[in-house]
Design a protein around this ligand. Structure first.
Ligand SMILES: O=c1ccn([C@@H]2O[C@H](COP(=O)(O)OP(=O)(O)O[C@H]3O[C@H](CO)[C@@H](O)[C@H](O)[C@H]3O)[C@@H](O)[C@H]2O)c(=O)[nH]1
Ligand SMILES: [Mn+2]
Length: 621
């Protein structure tokens, strides 16, 4: 509801602002809460405009400990108003919470089935035509699309496409802001920033979307899991802005509605072909024409019926929705793919990052969520690298090669798991068995090796520092990079390959939205929480066990064999990996967020047995 309220309070003419909420859960609790949110906004929006409040998400506004950002802090009238509105906000919260509890107890609501429910749409608007401009409210629309187990719903992209259609016949605004449910508007000016680009005659004809960076309100100072995705939002998107523009990032972007209509020239195309593309709603097809105004006020009921039709499961059957029209379905990273195809079709995008973050979201703050989310992303990205959308070959030859390489960097990024997994195991096994792999100390190649190694580390350090990070953040990124390599990069690649050969189906496991207090606390104190699924913990533990055993075994061997110089690099690498991954060792012993003991014993013992076997094999041979 805070997301909804903050969007309704955007600084934009209210008669041009329409907020649509997609509820895939089809929950009456959400619908009820929205009615309350609409009522509360009647008080909240005038309060924000009167006092020029910047932070228009009520939750953030009332919980912010820092100074009030209003220009009126010293005015007693303001303080009085603020107190009153806070009381209203608390009452609003109370109402939602008690209704949630009541509904949980009664459970008499048949629509609660998440996977099987009819469409439900409700419009909330003030019909009183007030001549004083400040009284006007944006329209708020609740949309829960139809869901049936027999029909694929295409996850978020499917939900967005329903919103595209429903909004087309209701308000048909030419520009659309997409916001995830775990984000809010942190500043009311984003629409105006975006319109500066969209209305700029020099770029507007080819401009598809204005992307704001994803920023998060719950990232800790040293961000142990790199939840903020620093490299993407501070470096890569800025770089791509110098080419055709940044990647579409799922949330916090203003997109031009017509850019989502595919490559079809609407003018002059006959009706049957339009229906093949967009489905059989005449009202929707009319909305594609210029100068369309919906009769939402006059034709109330007929229009609502039309929106139910547009939000039904069957609507998209034998149309181009998700293939050429709207947000695309061929990938679980629908945002990435949709943006990529837009760029291929000649559209451009712009990265807009005003100093005050315009949107703030909730970042994943525990290892399990980070790795689950990562597995979904990297599977989705890598999949796009190995199917027909491979960025190196797909699309027109006019696509600049650098733009292609940027996209390729993203899709093949999870492949880093291979060199890293090898780097963390093979030299160590050889070390244990006395097989030198690297040049010995003093060799010219040794100098080159040291140079490459050190400059790679320093490059990364410099990158972190110039993008506002700390040395600590740098070390944490090295850590999480290694942890991700042996887990979610690896699983992502494997998952994509399995999908390719048809063993697995596409899946979108939504990111956990419920913050666990203890987990959040650990993250805020920069302490790792290893209470994660064993499929993530086991490979990390195995790698660290291999490195410790081989390090000790290698040192012991080198002492006796006296070949320090030959084995030095391998000993050093094992030592380096142990140092960087030290928190995992700590995770075996600490009080909170400890690695499950039974799992640890099983993994460590079986790894040691395998190491023993490898040693035996090398003896025998
Ligand atoms: O079946 C679904 C699944 C998701 N969502 C919505 O999609 C949004 C993003 O889902 P979330 O669980 O928050 O996933 P994240 O991994 O946090 O999302 C990131 O990654 C996604 C791509 O995988 C992008 O679409 C998002 O914008 C980006 O924030 C949320 O508003 C969800 O409500 C649906 O509406 N229906
Ligand atoms: Mn999210």
């Amino acid at each position: 509801m805070n997301t909804v309220i903050s969007a309704m309070a955007l600084d934009y003419p209210p008669e041009k602002l329409n907020v649509y909420l997609s509820d895939d859960g089809g929950s009456s609790v959400t619908l009820h809460a929205m009615r309350e949110a609409f009522k509360f906004s009647r008080l909240w929006i005038p309060f924000c405009t009167r006092y020029r409040i910047k932070s228009r998400c009520p939750k953030a506004f009332f919980s912010s400990s820092d100074d009030d950002d209003s220009d009126f802090v010293r005015s007693s009238v303001y303080m009085e108003d603020k107190k009153q509105i806070q009381e209203k906000y608390d009452a609003f919260k109370e109402k939602i919470e008690s209704s949630r509890e009541n509904m949980a107890i009664s459970r008499d609501d048949p629509t609660i089935n998440v996977k099987d429910h009819p469409p439900s749409i409700e419009v909330m608007q003030d019909n009183i035509i007030d001549d004083a401009d400040n009284g006007k409210m944006p329209r708020l629309v609740y949309v829960s699309r139809e869901k049936r187990p027999s029909h694929p719903h295409h996850f978020k992209a499917g939900a967005l496409n329903v919103l595209l259609r429903v909004s087309a016949v209701m308000s048909n605004s030419p520009y659309i802001l997409v916001l995830d449910c775990d984000m809010f508007c942190n500043d009311p000016s984003s629409a105006r920033y975006a319109m500066c680009f969209h209305l700029d005659p020099k770029i507007s004809s080819s401009l598809a979307f204005v992307q704001f960076p994803q920023k998060f309100y719950n990232v800790s100072k040293n961000d142990i899991y790199d939840s903020q995705l620093r490299s993407l939002f501070t470096l890569q998107w800025r770089g791509m802005n110098g080419l055709k523009g940044p990647v579409l990032s799922g949330t916090g972007f203003y997109i031009k509605r017509v850019s989502l209509c595919g490559n079809l020239a609407i003018k002059g195309t006959d009706l049957t072909q339009l229906e093949e593309y967009f489905g059989s709603s005449n009202e929707f097809i009319k909305s594609l024409m210029q100068n369309y105004t919906s009769d939402s006020v006059s034709g109330g009921n007929a229009l609502l019926e039309e929106t139910h039709f547009l939000a039904s499961c069957k609507y998209e059957i034998s149309t181009k929705w998700g293939q050429e029209v709207g947000f695309l379905y061929d990938s679980v990273v629908e945002d990435y793919l949709t943006g990529f195809i837009l760029h291929c079709n000649g559209w451009t995008s712009v990265f807009c990052e005003p100093s005050r973050p315009q949107f703030l979201g909730s970042a994943t703050t525990n290892l399990n969520d980070v790795l689950i989310q990562g597995t979904r992303w990297y599977s989705g990205l890598f999949e796009n690298g190995i199917n027909k959308y491979c960025p190196l070959i797909y699309g027109p030859s006019t696509m600049p090669i650098l733009q292609r390489l940027c996209y390729a960097e993203l899709t093949y990024f999870p492949l880093y798991c291979l060199p890293l997994c090898c780097f963390a195991t093979i030299p160590q096994l050889c070390l244990l068995n006395g097989i030198p792999l690297y040049p010995k100390v003093g060799d010219p190649f040794f100098i080159i090796f040291v140079f490459i190694f050190v400059s790679a580390l320093l490059n990364h350090l410099e990158e972190v520092l110039i993008t506002g990070g700390t040395r600590h953040k740098w070390l944490n990124e090295q850590r999480i990079w290694m942890m991700k390599s042996t887990t979610c990069y690896l699983y992502g690649c494997v998952d994509a390959l399995l999908k390719k050969v048809g063993i697995r189906e596409a899946n979108f496991l939504p990111t956990n939205k419920v913050a666990d207090d203890e987990q959040t606390q650990l993250y805020q104190m920069d302490k790792y929480d290893f209470r994660a699924s064993s499929i993530f913990i086991a490979p990390m533990l195995a790698v660290i066990t291999i490195n410790i055993c081989c390090f000790l075994g290698g040192v012991y061997r080198a002492v006796f064999a006296g070949d320090w110089d030959k084995m030095f690099v391998q000993i050093f690498i094992a030592g380096f990996i142990i140092t960087v991954n030290y928190p995992i060792i700590e995770g075996l012993f600490k009080d909170k967020g400890r690695i499950s003991q039974s799992l640890a014993i099983r993994v460590i013992i079986s790894t040691m047995i395998l190491l023993g076997c490898s040693k035996l094999v090398s003896y025998v041979s």
